[in-house]
Design a protein around this ligand. Structure first.
Ligand code: ADP
Ligand code: MG
Length: 237
């Protein structure tokens, strides 16, 4: 682990080992694996954005996150990094199956974040799949879905697998991400999300990111998060 930055503020007592990383400005100051650091470096990510600075010291020590920050503020890396680290620290391997599910409101957004996952995670050995419906044949997907470590999905397609795929197994799930939660709810996926969350194991880490904090986002947060760290970032400094 890198030494904590000299000007790091002292964290709360229950922050544990990683409290000292609260003042980090750059990704290479964080307690993340060399594989993740190399992926970030290759993609030319150096300095953290505000939502990343605020959330990563907490998410990397195992906490649930309820994060609100406007579009374009860098929320994707704020959850992709701790997803990779959680599985890496658990020594997750091909035979361990689905370890993380990332839910995104639309096919386009899911495909974009899948690209970021592939890029930043390229030095890791995890398998990942994009389950978004459309042109892709679900029958082929059904045969492979249990072999994937990280699923990036739209709510409809994930629910379809939960309902129809024989032996679909997410009983070992470590991390759930609800990305752009306000938009997921806007496009009418509230029921689907409730159904999905109710079928997932309760012992897990959950990140909920959203551009806005609406009443329905708070309802979803109550249903899906445990003692979350509330982080709201309004303006980039
Ligand atoms: P959001 O989900 O909050 O709308 P994204 O995660 O899609 O934002 O990021 C928006 C843009 O900012 C993307 O082009 C991304 O590559 C870029 N970006 C994210 N984090 C950083 C960073 N730490 N340094 C430089 N660019 C970044
Ligand atoms: Mg986003």
């Amino acid at each position: 682990l890198p030494p904590p930055p000299k000007d790091a503020p002292v964290g709360r007592i229950d922050d544990g080992t990683f409290s000292a990383y609260a003042g980090s400005q750059r990704f290479d100051q964080l307690p993340v694996s060399q594989k993740t650091k190399d992926g970030l470096k290759d993609a030319k990510f150096t300095k953290m954005t505000e939502i990343q600075r605020a959330s990563l010291p907490h998410s990397l020590c195992g906490r649930d996150i309820l994060g609100a920050a406007k579009t374009g503020s860098g929320k994707t890396l704020a959850f992709i990094i701790p997803v990779l680290e959680k599985l890496y620290r658990a020594r997750w391997g091909p035979e361990d199956g689905v370890g993380s599910i990332i839910i995104s409101p639309t096919r386009e957004l899911a495909a974009q974040l899948f690209d970021v996952l592939k890029s930043v995670g390229k030095h890791h050995n995890f398998s990942a799949g994009l389950l978004i419906g459309g042109r892709k044949d679900i029958d082929t997907e059904k045969e492979h879905v249990n072999d994937l470590n990280i699923l990036v999905c739209t709510p409809g397609r994930l629910l379809q697998h939960m309902d129809e795929t024989p032996n679909f197994d997410c009983s070992q799930l470590q991390v759930l991400v609800l990305d752009e939660a306000d938009r997921i709810l806007d496009v009418g996926f509230k029921k689907a999300l409730n159904a999905i969350v109710s079928q997932l194991p309760k012992h897990r880490q959950t990140f909920l990111f959203s551009a806005t904090q609406t009443k329905s986002v708070q309802d979803l947060a109550r249903l899906s998060l445990k003692d979350p760290e509330y982080l709201s970032v309004h303006e980039e400094s």
